[in-house]
Design a protein around this ligand. Sequence first.
Ligand SMILES: [Zn+2]
Length: 235
Amino acid sequence: MPANKYITRNGTISIVGITDAGASWNYPPDMPSDPRWQKWPTQVTVPASFRGSGRPVNVVTCFEEALAKVYRAIEDPRTRTQCDAYFLELGKARSERMRRSLTDLLGYKLIFFRNGSANPADDFRATSGQAAVVMGEVLSSNNVAGNAIITISAYAARSPASLAATIIHELAHVAGAPGRPADGDWTRMNQEARAPYFGAENALKKCGFTQQHDPAIYGEVLDRFQRRMKISGLA
Ligand SMILES: [Zn+2]
């Protein structure tokens, strides 16, 4: 696999199964059958019924183009200022030296597993008019060592813009945006208490991805229960 400037820029990026940052960085799955720890094939095909092109997408190219979009957010001085400030704000509960801007996080070692079925095509076998497609999840991160392991669905890789938005959303969790509260807790929360759970998705607005921002998406609650594809619905 030839080195690519986007894959290797600043930090080190490993697309598990395709372009590995180094064998020791490919965290061995505890459970190979766990959907969160799947390898990436060289290409994925997201059908038109799932808002894909229906044609094979080259995964490396899609990551390259997605990361180019993510880098653009910190190359434009205006976007960079508000985007980095927002990411640091997400870490406000941490000690100052543990807060991370998007620029900081792009210097991390990022390891991308695929979330889904062993055969990605199985992700798109809809039943009863809908299919559950989780966009992504942070599996672990270490802000001292500077690394994060993230799983992303083939569905999110249907286009560079979709993949870029998913990467920013997941990096916002690494920066400190809260994940999923218990269902019962969510039900009891008022609007103010719920606000922080929109933090990861709101990063899209701050970093130049307004078009990809979905105001309905809140933290892992929606990642798990609603940020799922309905055949006629939203991504
Ligand atoms: Zn989330």
